[in-house]
Design a protein around this ligand. Structure first.
Ligand SMILES: Nc1ncnc2c1ncn2[C@@H]1O[C@H](COP(=O)(O)OP(=O)(O)OP(=O)(O)O)[C@@H](O)[C@H]1O
Length: 675
């Protein structure tokens, strides 16, 4: 078959598959179900069923811009279909299953085992595949081209379509990469649920993309093991808004995406000093809090006397002391309840000895009775996290007694409130305090475990934040993504093993991605000049992009900086793709105003949640650049980005590695050493 006949045939197949998808949808919508007419349960069932059917109907909508399949595998005859006699065994790979009326699969979900060789087959290990075909599409998902890679005899390598797809200019938010997942990425995407995994990867190596596709894969492959919930945690709202379309595009619409502060979910109304922040995020605080909480438990001071009718029952102080000691191995609240139950049990035993026949309700009633409550309120008081932390941060002696050998005098002074609030109720908590409250809440009560948690930009988490996440995934599986060289928080991790230990997953497998799909070689090599200073152990990432990538470093006078940014922005807007202007947090508003005044259509990241979708040119405070990418990037005044914070060099490294095609560095001050 010549090429145009082949394309016509493939177009016809696509149309056939589209028709079949439409019929699948119609079948779902037309399904008649018996409607119950009475009883709340039945009406509830009707409603649930209708919701599920509407959802399934939406799932089956054919999106006009999204091709129904993106690849094809021709297998050795007989590999997939038994009756493929004569012809080749053929599988079309797409975003979801499509079957025709008699159940024959027309398109197979990319996550199905039979699709895996699309990502992994090589001429050396062809996994029974003889040919891998990729398609090119024009506007409106119109199939216009294809390209074959022969894996059997006479092998030929991948052609230009794959490279073109990977190098397509960027615009707007992140999109899925199902058509071009690379073998080393696919191994992580399809890695089993256990053990947990951790991916260290240089900028643009696809960590976020891999994490999201892995989640979509697991939802498909292991739904029954994810029943307790799945969650994505990212560094800030701008980042979450950048990635929010990827999972829905992969058919997964119900995955929660939160920042760590949203997950902790407590009101923040105070700000810490840098020193306080450092100490409060430190893992030693876990032990300080544990001691602070349990220091409230003491041995009962006198016997318990329980009066029932005309009989007085007595439980000795020594026996109760033994119980209180023994119950301290469980959580605080459960320990208190357990102690009450056991003390009540001793009372009830005495009742039995006197011939009564008390049942479980009697034990519960005694456990709740005033005398037993009285003993426990003294020996094992009910506490809220706020009460404990309030005491710790406002009472110097109490803090010293809990932290003496853990925090030195200066560290204790740093966390103590200079002017404590009058009461717990009026206390104002900082973001770091809320993490400590969360730790205390976890010591007091059990936290239910999610089935699966994906944590992005994990290098920036404090040990105490890691513990908060680990607590919520105690029995579940974690996927941890990050780059040690991009650590900008005061606690940024120096290595993965310690961070994984704080997350409660010391056995997680650490994998490294080092092929960069975003940043052209010239730009990554320029940014990598900072690596010896910020992450000496890490190698320089490679770039898979063939395009040269324009790097321009332009000195300008201080007075002309804003107009230089406007000019550069205008020039970039004349080409294809998104444009990001990145500057120090304190400079970005003025630049945004200058760009707006010059009549360019722009939005400010961090202020407008839809910034990345609403304008092609966006202004980005360096503090929010992490995880984002733009076709063209203009980095303004690197020295000020560096000077703005302790880990300013790391912040600059992040800013310099956001570009897909071109990077312009504009500076009036001298460039930081290294550049
Ligand atoms: N296999 C692939 N095919 C096509 N594009 C890819 C592939 N892998 C990654 N990309 C693209 O490369 C870019 C970088 O990916 P991603 O943001 O996931 O990287 P990252 O490692 O999280 O980067 P950073 O550390 O800077 O946050 C994205 O545009 C992503 O779509």
């Amino acid at each position: 078959m010549d090429e145009s006949t082949e394309i016509t045939a493939e177009q016809a197949y696509l149309a056939h598959a589209r028709g079949a998808l439409d019929r699948m949808r119609q079948d779902v919508l037309d399904t008649e179900t018996p409607e119950f007419v009475s009883g709340t349960d039945e009406v509830w069932f009707n409603t649930m069923y209708r919701i599920a059917r509407a959802q399934r109907g939406r799932d089956l909508v054919d999106l006009p811009d999204v091709p129904l399949f993106f690849g094809r595998l021709d297998y050795d005859p007989g590999t997939v279909f038994e009756d493929s006699s004569g012809g080749e065994d053929r599988v079309y790979v797409g975003r979801r299953h499509v079957r025709d009326n008699d159940g024959t699969p027309l398109v197979v979900d990319w996550r199905a085992p039979v699709s895996m060789p699309f990502y992994r087959a090589t001429p050396k290990d062809r996994l029974s595949v003889v040919r891998r075909r990729r398609y090119g599409f024009a506007e409106g998902a119109l199939l216009t081209a294809y390209e074959d890679e022969i894996l059997g005899s006479g092998a030929s390598g991948p052609g230009a379509l794959l490279a073109a797809e990977i190098e397509r200019p960027r615009s707007g938010p992140m999109r899925d990469i199902v058509a071009t997942i690379q073998p080393e990425q696919d191994e992580l995407v399809r890695a089993p649920l256990q053990p947990s995994i951790c991916v260290q990867g240089a900028p643009g190596t696809g960590k976020t993309a891999v994490g999201l596709h892995r989640l979509a894969y697991l939802l498909y492959a292991e739904p029954q093991r994810l029943g307790a919930g799945v969650l994505v945690v990212g560094p800030n709202r701008s980042f979450l808004s950048y990635i929010r379309h990827v999972l829905p595009a992969l058919g997964e619409v119900s995955v929660g995406q939160k920042t760590i502060d949203e997950l902790i979910d407590r009101t923040v109304s105070a700000v810490d000093t840098p020193n306080a922040l450092l100490v409060k995020g430190d893992a030693r605080m876990a032990e300080v809090l544990r001691r602070a909480l349990w220091s409230h438990v003491s041995l009962p001071g006198e016997d318990l006397v329980y009066v029932h009718g005309s009989t007085r029952y007595r439980v000795g102080q020594g026996r109760m002391a033994q119980i209180v000691s023994e119950m301290q191995s469980v959580r605080y609240a459960a320990g208190r309840d357990g102690a009450a139950q056991r003390i009540a049990g001793l009372v009830v035993m005495q009742m039995e000895r006197r011939g009564a026949t008390p049942d479980d309700r009697e034990v519960a009633a005694v456990a709740r009775s005033k005398p037993v409550k009285g003993v426990l309120d003294a020996a094992w008081p009910k506490l809220t996290p706020e009460q404990v932390l309030f005491r710790l941060l406002s009472d110097a002696d109490f803090l010293a007694s809990c932290a003496a050998d853990l925090l030195d005098e200066q560290e204790q002074a740093a966390v103590r409130w200079a002017k404590p609030a009058r009461s717990v109720k009026s206390a104002r908590w900082s973001a770091a305090d809320t993490v400590l409250l969360d730790e205390l809440a976890g010591l007091i009560d059990r936290v239910p475990s999610l089935s699966y948690l994906m944590v992005d930009e994990a290098q920036d988490l404090s040990p105490m934040q890691c513990r908060a996440l680990g607590r919520r995934c105690g029995n579940g599986s974690l996927t941890v993504l990050g780059d040690i060289a991009q650590g900008t928080s005061p606690w940024a991790a120096g290595d993965w093993p310690s961070l994984l230990a704080h997350l409660g997953k010391p056995d997680a497998e650490v994998a490294v991605l080092d092929r960069g799909f975003r940043v052209p070689a010239a730009i990554i090599e320029y940014a990598a000049r900072l690596l010896p200073a910020i992450a000496p152990g890490l190698g320089v990432p490679t770039s898979v992009r063939r395009t040269a990538g324009a790097l321009e470093v332009l000195p300008v006078s201080a007075g002309e900086l804003a107009s230089a940014v406007v000019d550069a922005g205008k020039a970039r807007l004349a080409t294809e793709g998104s444009v990001g202007v990145i500057a120090a947090d304190s400079d970005i508003a003025a630049l945004h105003a200058a760009v707006t005044a010059a009549g360019l259509d722009t939005a400010l990241v961090g202020v407008d949640e839809d910034a990345l979708e609403s304008a092609r040119l966006v202004c980005v405070p360096a503090g929010l650049a992490k995880g984002l990418e733009f076709d063209s990037v203009i980095v303004v005044e690197p020295a000020r980005i560096v000077a703005a914070e302790e880990r300013g060099l790391q912040r600059l490294y992040v800013a310099l590695t956001r570009a897909v095609s071109s990077l312009q560095v504009l500076h009036a001050e001298p460039l930081p050493a290294g550049l």
